[in-house]
Design a protein around this ligand. Structure first.
Ligand code: ZN
Length: 150
């Protein structure tokens, strides 16, 4: 448990300080804003698709360390994935951070995402951790209106 917690801290600190894919994407196919009013996290997520495959993903904006780190980790994980795979990952991530990680999820398949299981101990942080994922899901499902966690 201590190791998982240490890894969690490390991943959050690293990705918050050095967020990956943190840039405006000029040639994005789609972009959408996500807002978490409880914490003030606000990001824009950019996506470029090649058919059913996510060929590029980036984000800009600001918020707490967990929201930024989660968006950053997400961007590294969903790039190159199919739309359906990314939506499945959303479900797994959501189950993980809401503490419903029991039967069908294999943490080893989630890689770096698994460290976010620590968030389930802090209900107020679940929305921070899942904001970028909700925004991704909305884009993949071609929702046009901004996402809020309320
Ligand atoms: Zn937050």
């Amino acid at each position: 448990m201590t190791d998982v917690r240490a890894l969690y801290q490390e991943v959050i600190l690293d990705h918050n300080k050095n967020p990956r894919n943190f840039r405006v994407m000029e040639d994005a196919d789609q972009f959408l804003e996500g807002y978490n009013p409880l914490c003030g996290d606000r990001y824009v997520l950019y996506l470029r698709m090649n058919g059913e495959t996510i060929s590029d993903v980036s984000f800009t904006g600001s918020g707490c360390a967990i929201s930024k780190a989660s968006a950053s980790v997400m961007s590294t994980i969903v790039k190159g994935r199919k739309r359906e795979e990314a939506l499945r990952l959303f479900e797994q991530f959501h189950d993980l951070v809401t503490g419903h990680n029991d039967s069908h999820i294999h943490p080893e398949n989630l890689g770096r995402l698994a460290v976010f299981a620590g968030v389930s101990e802090f209900p107020a942080r679940v929305k921070c951790a899942s904001l970028a994922w909700h925004t991704l899901k909305a884009i993949l499902q071609e929702q046009k209106t901004a996402v809020t966690t309320e």
